[in-house]
Ligand binder design. Sequence first.
Ligand code: HEM
Length: 404
Amino acid sequence: MEGGARMIVTIFIACSIFLPLALAKLEPKGLHVGFYENSCPQAEQIVAEVVSEAYRKDPGVAAGFLRIFFHDCFVNGCDASILLDSIPSGEKVEKDSPANGKFLRGLEVIDTAKARLESECPGIVSCADTLSFATRDGSVLAGVPQYNMPGGRRDGLVSRAADVVSNVPFVNAPIQQIIELFVRKGLTQEEMVVLTGAHSIGVAHCSNFAYRVNKYNDTFQIDPKLNDVDSAKIKSACQRQVSNEEIEKTTLPFDTQTPFKMDGGFYTNLLKGTGLIESDQAMALDPRTRPIVERLAEDEGKWLNQFGRAMSRLAAVDVKTGSEGEIRKKCRSLNLENKGNTGIAQNLGKTNNDEDPGKLDKVEDSGKSDNDVDASTHVNSSDVVQSDKKFDSSRTFDLGIKLA
Ligand code: HEM
C-alpha cells in the first residue's frame, strides 16, 4: 500500500475507534438525542410550543431557564431538584437558598409544559428533561443556533438548600475557585467561559453588584475594575433613597444594548471593562481566561456554536438515569410513593456541602465574614491562585444595602 493510502486507512481506523468513544463521553449513562422518539414522540414539540408562547409574552424567560438549569445541574446533577417546593424531611430546599430564592424566573412555564406532557404522555417525560428542553428552546429563541439536547434524565428525590452554596459560583469568588468548581463538574476552563456567555441576556439584582460602588474594601470605596460611567449607573440604580423592597427588586441588564439577544456583545463589553458582575469582569483580566474571552469576542458565530455544545455537556452533569430517582408527575413535588422515603439521600444525591457545612451559616446569618477576598487588587495570576483564601459568599447578600 502507498504511504498516502496507508495514512488514510490509519486515520479511518483511528476515527472509527476514538470518535464513538468521544461521543459516548458527551452522552453518558444512557442519555441520547431523541430519547422520547417512541414513548412520547411529541414531547420536544410540546415543550417548544409552551416555551415559544411564554417567550412571546416575556422574552426574559429564556434567561430565567438558563440560570435555573445551571443551578440545577451544579447542585447534585441535572435532576430537577431545584424545582421541588419541599421534601419529606421538611429541610429547606434548593429554591430556599439565597443563591436561588426570589431570583428564579420561568418556573411556572416549566409547570405548564410538564402539565401538557402529563396529559399527553403520563409518567413518561421527566421534569429534568422538560427543563433541559425548555432551556435549549429558550436559548435558541434568543439567538443560539438550534442544537441537540439529549434526553433520558430522571428526577432526583433530594433537594437541600444546604447543598447550594458550595456548588454554585459567587460573584466575588476568585477565578481560581470558579475554574475549580467547573472542573469538579467535569467541564473545562474554556467551557466555563463559553457558558458564562449566557450573561449575554438577562439581569442581575443590585444585591449582586451594588457592593462594587459601596465600600468595596478597606482600600477602595469603588471597585477599581469599574469605569466611571458604570459606577455612576450602578450608584443611581441601587441608591439608598429608595426603599429596601425597591432595591431588592431593582435589576440592571448584563448587556444594555441587546438584553434579550444572545450575541458576542457580552465578551466585547468585558474587554471594554463594562462587566456588571465582578466575576465576569475578572474573566477578562485573568491571564488564563482572557485569551478565551478575546477569541470569543472576535468570533460570535464560533461562540454561539460552542455554546450549544457546552450546554449539552452541562446537561450531562451527574445525571440520574435507568432506575435512579423517579419521573415526577408534578415538578414541584415528589410522587406520593417517594414522599415517605426518607433514607434516599445516601444513594441518590451526594450532599457535597458536607465538605464545608459552615459556608451556609455564613450566608444565613448574613453577617460580615472575616474571610473577605481582597478583591481590590486587579485580578492577576498571583492573586487568583490563592485558593485557600476563602471568598465571602454572604457578601453577595449583604452588601451594605440591607435587604429585607
Ligand atoms: C461563572 C460563574 C457565574 C457566576 C458567578 C454567575 C452569577 C450570576 C449572578 C450573580 C446572576 C444575577 C442573579 C440575580 O441577581 O438575579 C446571574 C444571572 C444569570 N446567570 Fe449566571 N453566573 C455564572 C455562570 C453562569 C452560567 C454558566 C450560566 C448558564 C449556562 C448562567 C446564566 C445566567 C443567566 C441567564 C442569568 C440571568 C437570569 C435572569 O435574568 O433571570 N450563569 N448569574
